[in-house]
Design a protein around this ligand. Structure first.
Ligand SMILES: [Zn+2]
Ligand SMILES: [Zn+2]
Length: 318
């Protein structure tokens, strides 16, 4: 199983500003002062190998959209945030003229999780099949509503693909194109659902827009079971711990610290911090990642938990 992150930001898409780019460039020039590069390739190699992540990358970008490449002929994707646009371009490029079958899994229908669908190329391809899975009654209504006049020029009914809405039942595993998928209810305004995907003994959990009250033991134990022994957990780490327990308590999101604690309790192998707060710049997101890694080192019981922070374009292999 291979996971590709097409959109990793929460709430609203963001991009680097002109000032951000100037700042990265100036810091890269300082880091490279005294060096000479004979070609673009040499400079590229230096940037790739030696410059800090915060100079050569950005966390981006698009709102929630995460692909699970299971190696089978059908596509699997969690949420249709603005990352659905580049994901759709990837699907069309890979398919050539063959219409794809895309299985979408919706955590919930807040706007940052559906806004990419009107720009999802396969939706406009005759013969393409799109199955939108969710546990919400209002899923189809939300998708139709965002494309209704006067908010969007192309009505949902004009889309050329065959689009089917499939209802999933919480905690009931479903076999979909060779993958076992189990949804699980989460604490969030209007409810959200995490999804656990299992295939060939490997497991990935996508859990975003979910608040955890660790003092509620029953809720934590239930969620730990959902994450149990997962190879990777893509986790809502929108806030720092301080924000999550103070000003932003009850806002329906979680933190890097809670992610570490739940993954440790569950014996998960890899925690991916996800759904980044739009106000946080690259330096802040890097700091939150370092904090989480430090906490993991200090509290490690047995096996180490690998921790990364998702950025648009990141891929991991299970
Ligand atoms: Zn969200
Ligand atoms: Zn939400």
């Amino acid at each position: 199983m291979r996971i590709r992150f097409w959109g990793t930001r929460g709430s609203i898409p963001v991009s680097l500003t002109a000032a951000d780019i100037r700042d990265k460039l100036a810091r890269a020039l300082v880091a490279a002062s005294g060096r000479r590069f004979a070609s673009f390739e040499e400079a590229h190699e230096y940037a790739t190998r030696e410059l800090d992540f915060s100079l050569t990358h950005t966390f981006g970008g698009h709102t929630s959209c995460v692909e699970l490449d299971t190696g089978g002929p059908e596509y699997f994707v969690c949420d249709m945030g603005s990352g659905a646009r580049p994901f759709g371009a990837h699907v069309l490029a890979r398919q050539g003229r063959r219409p794809p079958t895309v299985n979408v899994f919706m955590s919930h229908m807040h706007w940052d999780h559906i806004m990419g669908f009107p720009f999802f190329g396969p939706a406009y391809m005759p013969g393409a099949k799109i199955r939108i899975h969710s546990c919400h009654d209002a899923c189809e209504h939300a998708f139709r509503l965002q494309q209704a006049a006067p908010c969007f020029p192309v009505d949902f009914d004009y889309l050329s693909a065959s689009i089917e809405f499939v209802r999933l039942v919480p905690d009931q595993p479903r076999e979909i194109a060779g993958v076992t998928v189990t949804p699980h209810l989460q604490l969030h305004a209007g409810d959200s659902y995490g999804f656990r995907f299992e295939k060939d003994g490997r497991s990935a959990v996508y859990t975003t827009d979910s608040e955890h009250k660790l003092e509620n033991f029953a809720e934590s134990a239930d969620f730990v079971d959902f994450l149990r022994d997962a190879d990777v957990v893509i986790f809502d780490a929108m806030y720092s711990m301080l924000e999550a327990i103070s000003v932003k308590a009850d806002w329906g999101h979680s933190s890097n610290v809670v992610g570490v604690e739940l993954c440790q309790m569950a014996g998960a192998r890899h925690l991916v911090l996800f759904h980044h707060e739009p106000a946080n710049d690259d330096a802040t997101l890097l700091r939150l990642l370092k904090e989480a890694r430090r906490l993991e080192e200090l509290t490690r019981g047995g096996r180490a938990l690998e921790i990364t922070s998702a950025f648009d374009g990141m891929e991991i292999e299970l």
